[in-house]
Write a protein that binds this ligand. Structure first.
Ligand SMILES: Cc1cc2nc3c(=O)[nH]c(=O)nc-3n(C[C@H](O)[C@H](O)[C@H](O)COP(=O)(O)OP(=O)(O)OC[C@H]3O[C@@H](n4cnc5c(N)ncnc54)[C@H](O)[C@@H]3O)c2cc1C
Length: 449
């Protein structure tokens, strides 16, 4: 791997390095029962639920379908949210933790049922998610013990997890740096681009659904009885809006800016390798990775992470000091940065020294949003304009997006759904927007951005 890092040819994710379908552009004003803004996994799942209820839905996408985080991620389907089981028990209760992890399994089931229903050929595989403790961390003993305790609790509650001792961790991680760990056996992986594109194709074939690309929404206004959604040249009058623009949700709901922190994650992918580099998805401090299985039987390694939480080159305030939208959010949020990619390279050389000389074919960035209490915001975001939405998946879109979409659509339309009957109470109590516990304290590096 070269020490002279030149990023000028990078930026496009491996997951989108394939032929992509195009969709219509908006050429007239419209009326629709519902408008969905954003065509990532959240928007498409919302549109799918609306179509099931026979609601006319127009999806407006600023760029091309699947341009966002949904095709820029690790492609792991996790059962657990972005917090540990003991943490969740401490903050809430054992019953709530059990329900939240059950809800992750339900989300996985719904996601898999779309793959089957739309025949999405997206390399879905169930190879688990493994978390590993590293000996170069000061508190690695404590971490190993924490994994032991967490896997005991999860198993007591009926979940399929395995504690890894030192020898097992070294073996599955392929490096003597690992001192122990824990694996969720039923977590899965897929090709994020093929999944997201397959989902868009499946949903847009449904009656009542239309998707328009290059239709950036600039304004959402109330007329008193209806809501008007405005793009540069056209307007759509509607009864209700569903906002699924991920880290950009506060652009239309400024009150959520302190509860949806826009953070850039970064990733690279190696050239095809002769040997399988790992099996399944992995996470450790400062790094996460997975293998990608190529159709010709070779493997690539996808590698991401490599930063502390507060690294200034990865945080993007929503607004500039004069209150306008921060232009860097989109201009830089999806690009790889030199500082962050260098940190990735350092971690990669430490954790995969035998692959130090392989060629990196793709490097990219992806903007996502995080809440301070580690679960999304889902619900009615603005009463006057009748805007519902989901955001703040905290790096777990594949863990929360289906159940949240099911619930907010059933709530908006006043219809029953199995998900709402089973998990509606949990979503309402934990993920209600706005809520105080989701708010971040101003972060130290904010001023310097
Ligand atoms: C590096 C990285 C790794 C991750 N790894 C995982 C993982 O392994 N597992 C997991 O579950 N999650 C992971 N995530 C998180 C996951 O990718 C996201 O939570 C999920 O994709 C969010 O989906 P979304 O539909 O809300 O947003 P997006 O996919 O970002 O879609 C939002 C869409 O809205 C559009 N848009 C924005 N503004 C407007 C506007 N004004 N008008 C019209 N359209 C607009 C955008 O163009 C975009 O297409 C990761 C994220 C990143 C960045």
């Amino acid at each position: 791997m070269s020490t002279q890092l030149d990023l000028s040819h990078f930026g496009s994710p491996y997951w989108l390095d394939l032929p992509r379908p195009t969709f219509a552009t908006l050429d007239r004003n419209l009326n629709a029962e519902a408008v969905v803004i954003g065509s990532g996994i959240a928007g498409m799942k919302i549109a799918r639920c609306l179509a099931r209820e026979g609601v006319d839905a127009v999806i407006l996408e600023a760029g091309r379908a699947c341009d966002g985080a949904s095709s820029r991620n690790q492609g792991s389907i996790n059962q657990g949210p972005n917090m540990s089981y003991p943490d969740c028990i401490r903050r809430h209760s054992r019953d709530i933790a059990r329900e939240l992890w059950q809800m992750g399994l339900e989300n996985h089931r719904l996601l898999k049922s779309q793959i089957d229903e739309y025949h999405i050929d997206c390399d879905y595989q169930v190879d688990g998610f493994t978390s590993l403790a590293r000996r170069d961390e000061a508190d690695w003993h404590d971490r190993v013990e924490a994994y032991r305790r967490e896997s005991d609790l999860l198993r007591e509650d009926g979940f399929d997890v395995t504690f890894l001792n030192e020898q097992q961790a070294e073996q599955v991680g392929g490096n003597s740096i690992y001192a122990g760990g824990m694996r969720y056996e039923s977590d899965a992986q897929f090709h994020s681009g093929k999944y997201a594109i397959g989902l868009v194709q499946g949903v847009t074939r449904l009656p009542h659904v239309q998707l328009f690309e290059t239709a950036r929404v600039h304004e959402i206004e109330s007329t008193g009885t209806r809501t008007v959604v405005k793009t540069e040249n056209h307007t759509i009058e509607t009864e209700r809006v569903f906002l699924s623009t991920n880290a950009l949700v506060p652009q239309f709901i400024p009150g959520l800016a302190s509860a949806l922190r826009a953070e850039r994650g970064q990733v690279f992918v190696t050239e095809p390798l002769a040997e399988r580099p790992c099996q399944g998805s992995f996470g450790t401090s400062l790094a996460w990775w997975r293998e990608i299985i190529e159709r010709d039987g070779r493997f690539r390694l996808l590698f991401g992470g490599g930063r502390e939480r507060e690294e200034p080159d990865s945080l993007f305030p929503q607004f500039t000091s004069d209150g306008g939208p921060n232009p860097r959010l989109e201009a830089e949020g999806f690009r790889p940065s030199l500082a962050h990619q260098r940190r990735l390279d350092e971690q990669f050389q430490l954790l995969f020294p035998h692959l130090a000389d392989v060629r990196i074919t793709h490097r990219w960035g992806g903007l996502q949003s995080f809440t301070a209490d580690d679960v999304p915001q889902a619900g009615l975001l603005d009463t006057e304009r009748n805007i519902y939405g989901i955001a703040g998946f905290c790096g777990r879109g594949n863990c929360h997006s289906d159940v949240c979409a099911e619930h907010i659509v059933s709530k908006a339309l006043g219809v029953e759904s199995n998900v709402s009957n089973r998990f509606g109470f949990l979503i309402e109590t934990m993920m209600q927007a706005p809520r105080k516990s989701a708010d971040w304290k101003p972060w130290q590096s904010e001023q310097s951005l």
